[in-house]
Structures are given as structure tokens and as C-alpha cells.
Design a protein around this ligand. Structure first.
Ligand SMILES: [Zn+2]
Length: 106
């Protein structure tokens, strides 16, 4: 799995490691258990986990907007298998710029 991470400069290494581990997991079936285990392993609270995640942007480096080449930005790990199934993808900016002429791939 090839993900690119862009961290807010305020994040420390512990928070970055949390983000990496959070994103290493792409199956949504026991998502809550995954979150609890992460917090347990790092001796942290779920709020701290989400704070760290909010400061971290994650992109797929093998799915790009067909028009402008911008990489696909992920919101949750379950987006990964979804994005990989798309034959083509246009980013929101290009879709709104085109006035609806570009549409999401099936
Ligand atoms: Zn685009």
C-alpha cells in the first residue's frame, strides 16, 4: 500500500506514529476495535488520536485526478479499497470547475 503523509509541523513523533498505524489498517469491519487497540498500545485517549489524525493529510500515490494529476486524498482507511476500484477519478476542484462535465468514474 502506497500512502503519502503530510503532517502538520506541530505534530510530534508519537502522534505521527499513531497516524501511520491508524492508516496501516484498511478493513472497516472492526474499526472500533482497531481504534481502541491503538489507544491502548500508545497509552493515549481517543480524543488525542483524532486530534493527531486531524493534523495529518493522507494521499494515495497511485490514484490521481485524471485532469490535474492531484493525488486522491483519503478521509478514512476504508477509502483505500474504494479508490483503488475506480477506473478514473476527478478531484472535487476539477468537477466543480468543469460545471459537472467531468464525473466520478464508476
Ligand atoms: Zn483535478
Amino acid at each position: 500500500m502506497s500512502l503519502n503523509f503530510v503532517f502538520d509541523s506541530a505534530l510530534d513523533d508519537t502522534a505521527k506514529r499513531l497516524c501511520y498505524e491508524y492508516w496501516s489498517y484498511a478493513s472497516p469491519s472492526d474499526y472500533i476495535a482497531h481504534l481502541e487497540l491503538l489507544c491502548y498500545d500508545h497509552n493515549t485517549e481517543i480524543n488525542a488520536l483524532f486530534t493527531a489524525l486531524a493534523e495529518c493529510q493522507v494521499y494515495l500515490d497511485d490514484v490521481h485526478c485524471e485532469y490535474c494529476g492531484r493525488p486522491y486524498q483519503l478521509d478514512v482507511p476504508a477509502d483505500v479499497p474504494y479508490a483503488r476500484r475506480l477506473n478514473s477519478w476527478f478531484c472535487e476542484g476539477c468537477i466543480s470547475f468543469s460545471g459537472g462535465q467531468l464525473v466520478l468514474g464508476k
